[in-house]
Write a protein that binds this ligand. Structure first.
Ligand code: ATP
Ligand code: MG
Length: 440
């Protein structure tokens, strides 16, 4: 059997340069520099992971991970532009301008009995620390999928394959190294990685892995929410959001990430279409090299529960719609934090974007005109257009907001039926008592 357990010692299949298609042209100069310098200093230096995998698949890798027998301190001694990071998994970051090359020292598997200070598992078998250094023969077994466990040797440009990864890449199948249940227990995030790679690479998830995921989804509860935010970004911002989402739903992983949302996806067809449009839109933006912000999709996912909660608040607490949307935004983003901890710099604009929605319904007068200057106008507008696309908002209104953006100042006064440009004297309305919000 090819992938049986961490203690196994095997010889790699070594594929010489003329027999594979990984060219140095596909590897960034920064990564090459790091590889060469390690090698020159007498260390082993391999490109590993996504860099090799994507190059083999002709996907033009952008992210490069290096594995070496040099310890993190030895790596740091070689590079002035180097920082050691991570507690759970200590590694070196070598920086070249904007590009960061990750250099990891070969790891040995822990025996799991907790007698080593550099390795630790929790009571459910989840890896808390993985810092026992080892050899390449040991390192290979702790990697997740066979396609991610190919090592490109800078010494002679050959590829070392211990796990049949090349064959699996050729057959486009996602095969987990070792016993699937154990590997998911060690690190439940691997289930999300499985889905992410299957979507990105168009690989078929092997049957035993498929089954193990379905049996293990609940384990995601034990993963720290901060780590899930990092993973959320990779899942939805890599240009394959729609396909990733479908797989996450199919495996019931999505409900672990967005429990409040999942229910609405099952019962509300329009909302499902809305989410789908947003994902297609996100993928298109990524493909066109346009900027994206995670707050937009989080807002999309939370929209249905926010709306329902807002309706309830309007009824129970006599809030206005914008007030209620804002309060509901607080409630839902608060609940969401227990799963995925979304930084404030994203939740705050997300709440604003959602609370702005009713203002797109009004197109007369100064206040409507002023919406164009609101700092969340752009996001709020994009969101409104998506709602119109699925019939949840008025298409004519969406078109109005599209058109006014390209109009001159005078044309806008006419569009918004603003009189003469002169300000009307403002009558002060008596202040209304603030309604209590349910969130405080
Ligand atoms: P990409 O960079 O495209 O997301 P990648 O495969 O390079 O894909 P990274 O997160 O950069 O993924 O990790 C680099 C390599 O480290 C992986 O290819 C895999 O070999 C190993 N690895 C990363 N995360 C895990 C994990 N949770 N469990 C086991 N191995 C992992
Ligand atoms: Mg990588």
């Amino acid at each position: 059997m090819k992938n049986s357990g961490s203690k196994q010692k095997t010889e790699p299949q070594i594929i010489p340069r003329p027999s594979h298609n990984v060219s140095r042209k596909e590897i960034s100069n920064a990564a090459l520099k790091v590889l060469y310098r390690l090698n020159k200093a007498g260390y082993q230096a391999f490109l590993v992971g996504g860099g090799v995998r994507d190059a083999l698949l002709e996907l033009h890798p952008k992210d490069f991970d290096i594995a070496t027998d040099a310890s993190p301190d030895e790596v740091r001694a070689l590079f002035s532009n180097c920082r050691l990071i991570g507690r759970r998994f200590r590694l070196a970051h070598v920086r070249f301008g904007r590009e960061i090359i990750e250099v990891a020292t070969f790891r040995a598997a822990s025996n799991g009995d907790g007698d080593h200070p550099d390795s630790a598992l929790d009571t459910e078998g989840r890896i808390l620390r993985d810092n026992i250094y080892g050899t390449i023969e040991e390192d290979v077994w702790r990697r997740d999928f066979t396609c991610n466990a190919l090592y490109y040797n800078i010494a002679d440009f050959s590829i070392w394959d211990y796990v049949g990864g090349l064959e699996d890449i050729k057959k486009r199948r996602l095969v987990l190294i070792g016993d699937a249940d154990t590997r998911f227990r060690e690190d439940p995030v691997r289930m999300l990685r499985a889905v992410r790679f299957a979507a990105k690479l168009d690989f078929k998830i092997e049957q035993s892995v498929d089954t193990a995921i379905r049996d293990s989804v609940e384990l995601l509860r034990n993963v720290p929410p901060a780590r899930l935010f990092d993973e959320f970004l990779k899942l939805f911002q890599a240009g394959h959001a729609q396909k990733t989402f479908q797989l996450l739903r199919d495996y019931k992983l999505f409900q672990q990430l967005f429990p409040e949302t999942d229910d609405y996806l099952n019962k509300d067809k329009v909302f499902r279409q809305f989410v789908d449009s947003a994902l297609i839109n996100t993928d298109r933006r990524v493909a066109e090299g346009k900027s994206i912000t995670p707050m937009f999709l989080v807002g999309v996912f939370l929209w249905a529960p926010v709306r329902e909660r807002a309706e309830q608040l309007m009824e129970d607490e006599a809030m206005s719609l914008p007030q209620a949307l804002n309060a509901a935004g607080w409630d839902l983003s608060g609940m969401q934090q227990s799963r995925i901890s979304i930084p404030k710099r994203f939740t705050a604009p997300m709440r604003e974007m959602l609370a702005l929605q009713p203002r797109f319904e009004k197109i007369n007068g100064r206040r409507a005109l002023k919406l164009l200057e609101h700092r969340r106008f752009r996001a709020g507008y994009d969101f409104f257009v998506l709602r119109a696309e699925v019939g949840e908002a008025d298409e004519q209104l969406a078109k109005f907001w599209t058109d006014v953006q390209t109009q001159s100042a005078d044309e806008r006064l006419a569009s918004f039926a603003v009189q003469g440009g002169k300000k009307k004297s403002r009558r002060r309305r008596p202040r209304r008592k603030r309604a209590k919000t349910a969130s405080s």
